[in-house]
Design a protein around this ligand. Structure first.
Ligand code: L34
Length: 283
């Protein structure tokens, strides 16, 4: 078994869809969507991700702005920058790259973003929308995860999906999106007893815990779909996921690699969300 899902190719297809949409919007509204990305400090991983986001925006033809703010910026000063973007009619999407320096309260920052410009879907209004089944912005990584799963064209009804990790930005929203596809969903985490047995019962296994190679082949049901959200940097600077790819790949029917799996899809879905915010702000 073991078929490797090409997240790069899938993200390319999504970005091409967005590119065509940007042209259409320019013709229809006389303006292109504009994404503002704020990065605070110099976290090297964040710098890579933000660079990839700005490059993707350029590829699709949409406008983007990168605001690089110093690590010691005060919380109030950051909130003021966000409010200015909220009030700027030419800005459609606002993204504040996480994590933020420890002296800044992330919750306050997320709450300050106008919900209609919240391309990350982290604002409480969008979170409520997701859980209540209303129209809303769905967080980019979870949206990418289910886009990958949807691309396989399988019916999840009656299937057992296990999500390892319970964060607000990945685990919890992924679980809701799988529930929407009629899977029976279990959320496992650091306190779960016998994680191996729980994972082995999964037809669809999504791992988002941030622990390098936590899930090994012996924890996977033969034929399962395995989606690896983790991005861990080894001492050698090489990237690896939360799944031990070498032992998992022969057991799984489908598996995402790291890099080249969920990461590129996160960025592609951000482009989609920027279009959705643009459209939500029209009329
Ligand atoms: N606000 N903060 C906010 N929104 C987000 O959606 C994110 N996330 C996570 C971190 N903080 C955030 C991202 O953008 C993770 N993340 C992200 C984005 C892109 C990539 C990975 C994580 C990515 O491009 N990954 C490439 C490898 C990049 C590399 O060389 O390091 C890949 O192929 O997986």
């Amino acid at each position: 078994m073991g078929k490797i899902i090409d997240g790069k190719a899938l993200s390319q297809a999504v970005k091409d869809e967005v590119k065509a949409e940007v042209e259409r919007l320019q013709a229809a509204y006389g303006r292109k969507p504009c994404l503002a990305v704020i990065i605070v400090g110099e976290n090297p991983a964040s710098q890579v991700y933000v660079r990839n986001k700005v490059a993707a925006a350029a590829y699709t033809g949409m406008e983007s702005r990168k605001l690089e703010l110093p690590a010691d910026i005060g919380e109030e000063a950051l909130l003021q920058r966000i409010r200015a973007l909220n009030d700027d009619p030419d800005t459609d999407g606002i993204l504040v790259q996480l994590p933020l320096p420890s002296h800044i309260d992330e919750e306050k920052v997320i709450d300050a973003i106008a919900p209609e410009k919240d391309v990350d879907g982290f604002h409480p209004e969008n979170v409520a929308g997701l859980w209540l089944g209303k129209r809303c912005i769905v967080p980019c990584t979870p949206a990418g995860v289910v886009r990958i799963i949807d691309s396989l064209g399988l019916d999840l009804a009656g299937k057992h999906a296990v999500v390892v990790g319970r964060s607000n930005i990945v685990g919890k929203p992924v679980a809701k999106l799988l529930l929407d596809r009629n899977a029976t969903v279990t959320i496992a985490h650091s306190r779960t007893a016998d994680l191996g047995a729980v994972c082995r019962s999964a037809d669809v296994l999504v791992v988002a815990v941030g622990k390098a190679r936590l899930v090994t082949g012996d924890m996977i049901k033969p034929g399962a779909i395995v989606i690896d959200v983790g991005i861990n940097r080894g001492a050698d600077g090489k990237l690896c996921g939360d799944v031990d790819f070498a032992s998992a790949e022969p057991v799984a029917s489908w598996i995402t690699p790291v890099p080249g799996g969920v990461g590129p899809m996160t960025i592609a879905m951000l482009m989609k969300n920027t279009i959705a915010c643009f459209l939500g702000r029209q009329e």
